[in-house]
Write a protein that binds this ligand. Structure first.
Ligand SMILES: [Zn+2]
Ligand SMILES: [Zn+2]
Length: 147
């Protein structure tokens, strides 16, 4: 089927949409008017709005790659954005730094032989957080030039 929102051909239908669109709208995503070429627009929560589809994302780089099959460099060239233009939402970078710091603290505590105590019911939450963080850290190590 063809996704009615983005025109992508998709094997599976998620409520009539492709997986990307389904997830985006399910989590309350909106479609904004397309920013002018050469300008970076943010939505009310500070996410960056895509020049191609008008959706807002924390990290435009991965969205551009996955949804529009372009690199962020191609995207910036196409829309007249300076290469130094930040396409990562400010708050996101800050959160990642803080998480990395906390992660490091956990590690140091473990190394020091003190077990970081986890209350019952918190295990899964912590695990998810670490998995996500690990992905982020791996990505960061793989390509520091990104964004
Ligand atoms: Zn779609
Ligand atoms: Zn887009």
């Amino acid at each position: 089927m063809v996704c009615p929102k983005c025109g992508k051909i998709t094997q599976r239908s998620y409520n009539g949409l492709c997986q990307g669109c389904y997830k985006y709208f399910k989590s309350g995503g909106k479609v904004y008017s397309l920013p002018e070429a050469g300008k970076v627009e943010h939505d009310e929560s500070g996410k960056v709005i895509c020049h191609i589809c008008g959706r807002s994302y924390n990290r435009l780089g991965s969205h551009i790659r996955e949804s529009h099959s372009m690199t962020i460099e191609e995207y910036k060239a196409e829309f007249g954005l300076c290469n130094r233009t930040k396409t990562t939402e400010k708050f996101y970078s800050q959160t990642m730094r803080e998480n990395a710091y906390k992660y490091d603290m956990d590690k140091r505590l473990l190394e020091a032989g003190k077990s970081t105590r986890i209350k019952k019911g918190e295990t899964d939450k912590r695990k998810n957080k670490k998995v996500r963080l690990q992905e982020v850290l791996e990505k960061r190590n793989r390509g520091k030039k990104e964004n």
